[in-house]
Design a protein around this ligand. Structure first.
Ligand SMILES: [Mg+2]
Length: 192
């Protein structure tokens, strides 16, 4: 399993949603960009490190939840990882909408020095740019180049945030993505 495979899984899920909801030909980018910003905010909310007013600033890595499975078992839930892969769903969907080649999902790795709080803000900022400032570009090719570059800048921060600040391995991310992808298919089937 690699990023290309998850990209394919996302394309399948998107195609299903577009077909079943009758969204062919609709520009879904603004909704998807906002959805990604919402998920990044949810991720920050589970990370908790910015809550200086709270005595509990520990990330919600292992939350004991009761009744989360069909048979009402207790289960340890990594809420931070869940929000992280919710973000990944929308990142991959945006990549598809911008026709990003799969190899461009990979960005160089680097150690980022900024505080995690700053990384979250920069991430939200770069994601906001993906929708494109259309008044700046006469040429549609320049607009899509700008959008793809903003996406890749956001991905760069997102990957580093996951690895360096939240401590996720690629294997953990893949496993959580695959599980959530299945849940999202199920939600489509049950009229979520
Ligand atoms: Mg979420």
């Amino acid at each position: 399993m690699n990023l290309e495979k998850m990209y394919e899984m996302q394309k399948e899920l998107d195609a299903r949603i577009i077909k079943e909801k009758g969204l062919e030909g609709v520009d879904l980018l603004p909704n998807t960009v906002l959805a990604l910003q919402v998920e990044i905010a949810e991720l920050a909310n589970e990370w908790r490190g910015f809550k200086h007013w709270s005595n509990d600033q520990e990330p919600r890595f292992n939350v004991l939840e009761i009744g989360v499975t069909d048979c009402s078992e207790e289960k340890l839930v990594n809420r931070v990882l869940e929000e992280y892969v919710d973000c990944l769903h929308f990142f991959l969907s945006i990549a598809r909408q911008l026709d990003l080649p799969a190899e461009d999902l990979y960005v160089c790795e680097d150690v980022l020095e900024e505080e995690t709080v700053v990384l979250f803000m920069e991430l939200l900022h770069n994601v906001g740019l993906i929708n494109g400032e259309k008044f700046l570009f006469q040429n549609p090719d320049n607009l899509s180049k700008y959008q793809r570059e903003s996406l890749r800048a956001a991905l760069f921060i997102f990957y580093n945030l996951g690895e360096q600040r939240l401590g996720f391995t690629f294997e953990q991310i893949v496993e959580a993505y695959v599980a959530k992808n299945a849940i999202n298919h199920k939600r489509q089937s049950t009229g979520y």
